[in-house]
Write a new protein. Sequence first.
Length: 201
Amino acid sequence: MNPHERGSTDERITIFASPAFAAVLFAGAAVAHTSTPVARAATSPTIKVASTKLGKIIETGSGITVYQFTADRRNKDVCQTRSGCTSTWPPMTSTTKPTAGPGVNAHLLGTIKLAHAGTQSSYAGHPLYRYDRDSRGSTDYVGAKEFGGSWYALTPAGKRSCPACCEHRRLREGPQPTAEPEPPSGLQDADWQMVRNAEFS
């Protein structure tokens, strides 16, 4: 074969290969570009006020009751230091300050730093939690005692929901005994006692 012709063929191969090679490089660059991680937008949970059988309390935007733990200190999550606590009562985590929904005092909303990582939503200095088995609109677990403290709902003013405390105590202790009736006027104590004994015999 004529060496000049071979050189000419090699040159043609180089010329024809160059566009294909460039296309491969371009495709690779495109793939590399699209595989670059994209930062997710910061999430801001919404806290709103709900009217419940326990009165007005705060809850998440999706209607889940939020709780405060009586063992906590102001802006200090104690639950995270107790084994199993955060599995049952997970903290309301967020990357930004929560959004105030209807009826909520925006000035009482905030965040606190967790010991390991992340931030937790707070209200009036109370770290906020959910109950892991809770459902929308439920207040059945308000007043529960677990992990060395009690779990209560919060009012829009950031106070413990007292009606919730009373309701939970009533459910836990059952019906309260009624007051002993007074004996009819003129009836002697001994006679009255005989009447009362006959009622329960």
